[in-house]
Design a protein. Structure first.
Length: 239
């Protein structure tokens, strides 16, 4: 039992220090903005850390998308209005020094490092009802809705499946409203990676999960820290 607890403690340390920030997208002033934050916090980040962005039409066909890298954040610019959008951020390697400071380098460059992780953040946004979801292998931790989330409505449960490296992930805790209550867990996935999450908001819903995956045989990191979110509007937007 002690071994399991120590792993949980490591995960808690990473979660508290390095993985505390999530990733999602929001429509602002007619743009799709990438938000890096924790709950209501919206933090500046290095736009070059965005490692990929993918947009799709309602039939699941890819739409070209460029990333506008601004001084303190990034903006996604698809060629036309997408039905589905995904984005990834590679936050790099982080090592904790003996005096509990986190340094944005791998263990091999931080003498005496006690822990080391590499963190990745992902987000999937669904904008149009009836959108066909493509294969999203580039999203290593994915919250996949099992019905169209835009048809569920606030106060009802959305069935989801969580995939880690393309395989169902059991025991993953889900936060139902990351934007407003980032520390409140809603549910966790069963042995098949499935769960039901209450849709809380008429406006933007941000459902989130994060996991810590041990890495063997690396000189630089002990684990991968993965965060992911699924975003959608609870009710259609009326002008």
């Amino acid at each position: 039992m002690h071994h399991g607890k120590s792993l949980l403690l490591i995960a808690a340390l990473f979660t508290g220090q390095v993985s505390a920030h999530g990733l999602w997208t929001e429509q602002r002033r007619g743009n799709i903005e990438v938000v890096y934050g924790h709950g209501a916090e919206d933090n500046a980040f290095k736009a070059q850390k965005i490692s990929g962005a993918w947009a799709y039409d309602a039939g699941g066909k890819m739409i070209p998308v460029s990333v506008e890298r601004l001084a303190d954040h990034a903006r996604l610019k698809p060629l036309k209005a997408p039905a589905v959008m995904a984005v990834a951020l590679n936050n790099g390697m982080w090592s904790q020094t003996a005096d509990k400071k986190w340094v944005n380098e791998g263990r091999s460059k931080v003498p005496g490092a006690t822990e080391a992780t590499q963190t990745f953040k992902y987000s999937l946004a669904i904008y149009q009802p009836g959108a066909k979801l493509p294969k999203l292998d580039q999203i290593k931790l994915l919250i996949l809705p099992e019905v169209d989330p835009l048809t569920v409505g606030p106060g009802n449960s959305l069935p989801v499946r969580v995939l880690l490296d393309g395989k169902p992930a059991a025991g993953v805790k889900l936060v139902g409203d990351y934007r407003s209550a980032p520390n409140t867990l809603s549910t966790e996935t069963d042995k098949d990676g499935r769960a039901r999450v209450l849709v809380r908001n008429e406006g933007l819903n941000v459902i989130a999960a994060q996991v810590e995956v041990p890495v063997k045989g690396s000189a630089d990191v002990d684990s991968r820290g993965l965060f992911t979110s699924l975003t959608f509007l609870g009710e259609p937007h009326h002008e």
